[in-house]
Design a protein around this ligand. Sequence first.
Ligand SMILES: [Zn+2]
Ligand SMILES: [Zn+2]
Ligand SMILES: [Zn+2]
Length: 346
Amino acid sequence: MAKRVIPELDVDKLRENSMTSIRLGVEDFKRCRVEGGAGDPARALSSIRNLFAGVLLLFKFKIATCADDPDDAAALIFNPPEVLPQSDGDGGIEWVPVGQFRTTTIDVGTIRKRFEAFGIEVDWKVVDKLQGCRNHLEHLHPAHSLGEVADFVAELFPLLRDFIENELEESPAEILAESWQAMLKHHTFFVDNSQRCEEGWAEASVPSGMKQWLDACKCPECGSTLLAPAQSHLDAGETVESDEEAFKAVCVGCGHVELIVPLMMQELEKAHDYDPRDGEEPTLEDCDECLRGTFVIHEQRCSWCGAELQYTECKVCEEPLGQDDQFNGGLCSYHAYMYEKFMRED
Ligand SMILES: [Zn+2]
Ligand SMILES: [Zn+2]
Ligand SMILES: [Zn+2]
């Protein structure tokens, strides 16, 4: 086989570039949200781009250090030649690499595969979220995403901490210096506030079936998930259940005030979205008990009032029943009809 030419890889440079990107990302983050609101929103996009690039470089650095031979290290980082089938001239098939290693480096999907191969652990949920955030920031006005970026930086903190400590066996405070202190401070702020929000909503008594939709709510202005119940409601002893139409939430990130129930409903509906053109059927309907549009058909349960069906399946064919079938004494509409017909003929 012809000798493969692999682009040269400077492993130390990978690491250096990673740290620079992360530092720049944190700098941008600080500038995009100066307290008091005089920050520069355009920096949000730059912050996410730099942080994402920095994290990927850090991952590549780790992968490269798994090999002692510099050529092996490079082969792990650059995109390998395509492997294509070829006839062996005797009815058999061989898979052979065609062409050379490319000068582009591996993407997130391939990094993931390399991590699996070398037993390197990382919280992919956070990485996926960072990538999603970066992709959709490109299409949004950055001012509407400041809160989202802030949440993200807070979530990135534990990922970086664990990765640098466990996989690189170094001290993040040492290698990231002031950037690390800024991230730490922001992370503490985020954790304290999400706990405060959590406690506030517990006091505001949100129906338990709606809790997950409350957790999915984001500030419509800045995208932050740090929404707290308005203190005036709590002081007056009002709850989401008792003051459904008036209960407000306040965004910790930007101070925006919004009615919480329509936000929760939006999240519930978004999750149950369907397209009739694809032959999909609704999975949500009005509840016969509380009349809200919160009855989840396949769960046979209302997310708001917790109403459940008396008859969950047909006694004859075990077909799941809906709210409309409750008057048939435990039969589906078909078997209720057959039963009636049988009784008439008798
Ligand atoms: Zn906000
Ligand atoms: Zn209900
Ligand atoms: Zn039936």
